[in-house]
Write a protein that binds this ligand. Sequence first.
Ligand code: KIV
Length: 282
Amino acid sequence: MPASVLTFAEKKRRHEKIVVLTAYDALTASLVHAAGADAILVGDSAGMVFAGHETTLPVTMDEMLYHTRSVVRGARGAFIIADMPFLSYQCGHDEAVHNAGRFLKEGGAQAVKLEGADAGLVARLVSIGIPVMGHLGLTPQSVHALGGFRAQGKTMAAAARLIEHAKALDIAGCFAIVLECIPATVAARVTETVAAATIGIGAGIACDGQVSVINDLLGLSTGYVPKHAKQYAHFYDEGLAAIRTYVDDVRSGAFPQAEHSILTSDEPPAAKPETPRVDTTP
Ligand code: KIV
């Protein structure tokens, strides 16, 4: 059965970890889907890791729709959550409903994610059939209000407030809540309190699932890698080495060779180098 909001509830009930990864383009989405992730988040982190901005604030609805459509094309049958960009849902509920609807109607996503604790908006979206993933803790769209990309919920008061916000989002109908950069103990408390699946990023092992930014996982970035991220590959370094070899090959004349060249129709094809035969006789 294809993944859906029910997958999140079912996996939470069975204590099976939920795997979510970001993707912003068709090819990466196809990799994430083929690897068996439960859902793909088209995060507005695209603004930073894809478009090179310092924050997620400049990301627009049009850009997010473009990324969402690309991911949908690359990962048919996957459960795809589109991230609502800054100011697409903070300027009134009617505008927020319209923009969230565009992600399903024009983008082909199955759900949206939004940051913060606007439970009234979540309830309205859920009531019209738009599944919502919440996002608490370090909410990057509030980077300036938070004084930087800093861990949240570290004092007793802040932790209590965060738990109250999680309860409100849960009652409003979120099927899942991202908990970003909060103490593991606070994430554990939220996880046992709410029915929604908690999806952690820098929030410890007790969450119902984990989400990672695909560029961090693949080592596909030039700068800062967050403390909570684990690099499973070093694609930037490998890509750089490959491109340097290409640059050298073009300059030295080692590329292109005859096999990379187009022949005229009466020209014999270049002889292939003989494959050495392996003698299998006993
Ligand atoms: O935009 C994003 O990629 C996110 C994840 C880090 C949760 O919000």
